[in-house]
Structure formats: C-alpha cells, structure tokens
Design a protein around this ligand. Structure first.
Ligand code: PLP
Length: 442
C-alpha cells in the first residue's frame, strides 16, 4: 500500500501542469519592476514553507531539494528558530555591535568556536554574507602575514563582491564584463578525481610556477566544492596542503559557506579530511536564511587585526545571531549530523543505481548529505551533458520537485536538502528525478 506522502506526491505531480493564476499575476508585476538579473529558478511565488516543502500562492506544494541554496539545514521555518527570532525582535533588533554589544553574538561565538577543529584557542567575527566572510578572511590573512598573494582554485565559487568575484572561477554569469578584477589572486588546479586527478607533488610544482610561496598570504579552498559541482578533492590532498601552508607560513582558509553547519555529517567538512584550517568561513545555514556569516579561526591569527579593521553596520545582527543559536540547538537536539549521514547513504545508493542504469550519469560523488551526480553525453570523453541537465531540472520542477544544478559546465545535479527531510520525501523526490532522467536519457 502506498503511504500518504507518496500519494500526496503523485497528486502534486498531476496538479502542476501549469503555473497558477496568482503566480502568473505576480510574474507580470515582477517583470515590470525587478531587474532582469534577479531571475529565480522556480517560476512560482511562495506563500509559506515548512520543513522540506514550499506552498505557492496558488496552493500547489513543492518538495525543496535546494534548501534555498543550502541555507536551510534545519528546514524551512523551524518552530524553534521562528520563536528565537520573534523573542529577540521583541527585545531589540539593532544596536550595531561596534556601538553596544549583546549576548546572542557572544553565545553564538562561544558555541561555534567549540565546533572548530583543532586544539588551538579560536575566536569568531560575524558578517552578513558568504562573500563578506571570504573577503574578511583574506583581510585577516594579509594583515597577519603582511603578504599579498592569494591562492584560489579552478571551479571555485566565493561570492560576487569585487574580491570574492575575482576569487570565483566561472566567467559567465559571475565575471564576464564585470572587470577589472582585484590584483594578486592566483588560480591553481583543484585536484578533481573525475576530471583532473593530480598528485600533491604535481600540484605544488604548478603552484610554484605561478607565485613564490613566500609571497602567499592565504590559500582559500572549499574542502568540497559547492557551485563547482560538489567535487571532493583527491585523497590526502588537504593534509598535504596543510603541511605546505605550515612550511611556508601561509594562512589556510577553508571556505565552508556551503559545506559547513552539518551538511557532510560533521559540523565542518574539514573534519572529514582531518584538516585544521587557520580560518573557516561560514554562512548560508548558519542562521537558517537570515543574513549572517562569519569567520572562525585561530585566535592569534584573527587577533592581529586591530580595532575596527573588520566590521560593518549590520554585521552579527542580534536577531540573526539569536536564530544562529537556535539553529545549533536544533542540530544538537535532533541529531542532524547523524541524519545527514543517513540521508547521504540513501542518496548515494539511489545515485549508484541510477549510474548503473543510465549512461548519462557519469559520476556519483559526495560526502554525507552533500551528494551529487555529474551528467555526461559520453562516458569515455566525459563531454558535459549541460542541456540534458537543464532539461532535467525543468522537468522535475514541473512535477513539483525543485533541484539545483552546479558545475563549471552546469552538468551536475546537487543535493542541498534540508536535513530534516523524511526518508519518504527523499525517495519521492528521487523517484521524480529518476523518472525525468529516464525520459531525457531516451
Ligand atoms: C563556498 C561559497 N562561498 C561563498 C559563497 C558566497 O556566499 P553569499 O552568496 O552569501 O555571498 C557561496 C555561495 O554560494 C559559496 O557556496
């Protein structure tokens, strides 16, 4: 017998043939006044959301496998997060932490520094967006080392502000016609086991042909690439990178804006590789969608920057910090790290079955719930199946499930599911994915 959730999923698929009248009307209003560049993946407009589902203004329900681009590890509108936001908003909304400080900032810093890997004392500073966290990590590293060069990687995504955009790899849509870019940023290969396997020795040789290690302030790496297509680096690479940074006095920065806050089954992906970064950038799921990011790191590195050298009007907003504390409570009380492992193993199993059945699926990879499939036209040449991936994303959307793509060639389907998603919801969404994959595979 089919469960009510699966029946609900089937009903949803039958009702979603067309965009509802209220969404259509809002679309027309949007087109008239909102910048073209603000172009959402989904054509419908949200009325409300809970857990892993979104209801649109016409009463249709969608399963959300994107979690608002990875911001909703504790799910949409978790009641504890909502309550924390309401309670904090009633007390005070803003002081600017450089005018009057408040407890939620301190509590969040205390809790997060406990999670940071390694035994050295850690400190935290909060910002608004992931890009800001990345830019501040670079400022801290430059101040600490009194050096200028920054190493980033092929496939990297670090945000859209000038320095973060420079550090990001993909030209269109992120960089084309937005130059000139910030100086002293050097791009090294990312050891991608599927497309570009390389030893650390080969990597180091290539790096040294780009820039002298003695001039490098920071190496900024995503321990698992996010927008780059959930690429997991070759085994042992991150440990060698740690040693390389130690040897040359370079600050190692882990950009965990996408991989952090429990997605990989550990609080930080760095822990999966036993890597102890000097600085960790966090954002996205930190405050369940409220604008909050941060840099966590070794106290003696962060503390070299003097008073007011880093900051901003809204940074570490009290409502966002209170939400962040509630997010940590939910992760701990609901064992979401374990849940990420469990969901990850279900995803991996289903993806491996898909790989066996459909030639289109060239690679299955990931850690914990951070899983993805890479689609190729030909398994030998690995030619990216970018159009097919776009068709699949559109096809699943029409059946009420929102999936996100990724990768330099837009040929990766990545899972950014809320970690509170039930097994049934997960399987329901994956059934839809597989159905559309089968059709597109022909
Ligand atoms: C790894 C990583 N760093 C930085 C960013 C930038 O974050 P934001 O969009 O909040 O500026 C992102 C966003 O996707 C990201 O995935």
């Amino acid at each position: 017998m089919k469960s009510s959730l699966v029946q609900k999923g089937e009903a949803r698929r039958q009702t979603l043939k067309e965009l509802g009248p209220k969404s259509k009307a809002l679309s027309r209003r949007k087109e008239a006044v909102v910048a073209e560049a603000v172009s959402p993946l989904a054509p419908f407009f949200i009325a409300e959301s809970r857990g892993s589902t979104i209801q649109d203004v016409d009463g249709n329900e969608y399963l959300d496998f994107t979690g608002g681009w990875g911001c909703l590890n504790v799910g949409h509108n978790h009641p504890k997060v909502v309550q924390a936001i309401q309670q904090q908003a009633e007390r005070f909304i803003h002081t600017d932490c450089s005018v009057v400080m408040y407890e939620p900032y301190i509590e969040l810093a205390e809790r997060l520094t406990q999670y940071a890997p390694g035994n050295q004392p850690k400190k935290a500073a909060f910002f608004n967006s992931g890009a800001e966290a990345v830019e501040n990590s670079v400022k801290i590293a430059r101040y600490h080392t009194k050096r200028r060069a920054i190493i980033v990687f092929e496939g990297a995504f670090h945000g859209r502000t000038l320095l973060a955009m420079t550090m990001t790899h993909k030209a269109s849509p992120y960089k084309a016609h937005f130059g000139p870019f910030a100086p002293d940023v050097y791009r090294a290969p990312y050891p991608n086991p599927y497309r570009n396997p390389m030893s650390f020795v080969a990597w180091e040789k290539q790096l040294k042909s780009l820039v002298a290690p003695e001039e490098i302030a920071a190496v900024v790496i995503e321990p698992i690439q996010g927008e780059g297509g959930f690429v997991v680096p070759s085994e042992g690479f991150l440990a060698c990178l740690r040693k390389f940074c130690d040897d040359y006095g370079i600050v190692l920065v882990a950009d965990e804006v996408q991989s952090g806050i429990g997605r990989t089954g550990k609080f930080f992906a760095s822990e999966r590789f036993e890597m102890e970064p000097d600085l960790i950038c966090i954002g996205k799921s930190l405050a369940s969608g409220l604008p909050l990011s941060g840099v966590l790191g070794v106290a003696k590195v962060i503390d070299t920057v003097p008073d007011s050298g880093i900051g901003g009007t809204y940074v570490g907003n009290p409502v966002a910090c209170a939400a962040g504390v509630a997010v940590l409570d939910v992760i701990e009380e609901e064992d979401l790290l374990e849940r990420a492992e469990h969901l990850g193993s279900l995803l991996e199993e289903r993806f491996q079955e898909m790989q066996e059945q459909y030639d289109l699926v060239g690679d299955v990879r990931g850690v914990g719930a951070m899983q993805a499939i890479e689609l190729v036209k030909d398994r030998q040449t690995k030619e990216p199946a970018s159009e097919e991936t776009a068709q699949i994303i559109q096809g699943t959307l029409k059946q009420g499930v929102i999936f996100a793509k990724a990768g330099l060639y837009g040929n990766v389907i990545r899972m950014l599911i809320p970690l509170v998603m039930s097994d049934e919801e997960l399987n329901d969404g994956l059934d839809v994915l597989e159905g559309v994959l089968a059709k597109v595979s022909g």
